[in-house]
Write a protein that binds this ligand. Sequence first.
Ligand SMILES: [Fe+2]
Ligand SMILES: [Fe+2]
Length: 171
Amino acid sequence: MIDKKMEKAINGQINAELYSSYLYLSMSAYFDSVNLGGFSHWMRVQAMEEQAHTKKFYDFLTARGGRVVLSSIDAPPTKWKTPLAAFENVLKHEQLVTGLINDLVDISVKIKDHATNSFLMWFVDEQVEEEETADGIVQSLKLNANNPGGLFMIDKEVGQRMFVPPTGVTL
Ligand SMILES: [Fe+2]
Ligand SMILES: [Fe+2]
């Protein structure tokens, strides 16, 4: 049986993952509104990934005898000044999520919950990737700040992204 404190913290993370999905879906709508279909597609894939993260926490909590409790999800922003501003927001948000994952790890260490600690390591690694990817796109957009041709090239490139569900996750 999972500790009540850990259960509460994981339910909080389920909300944070759902908010992430909501945020990226909102960014997808923003990119549609400015006719950047590649970026819009990238954000939809990103939103799906966050749904998969949600399910990973959900299934783990259930498997440990915990109770999933869903709470209200904050409304995300609806517009950004530029594609760069949107991706800077992605990076900032992922850094925040990394902090939340680290907090969960701290709790698991404190209460000596080794099973949850082991489970969380997947997310520790995932956040390294999330930050690296977002930072990479921020850097490309910065390099092409005054080059509309470059922006369309990046749009085309990120539009190739495919959704690969993490192993063991049923959406
Ligand atoms: Fe996530
Ligand atoms: Fe993420």
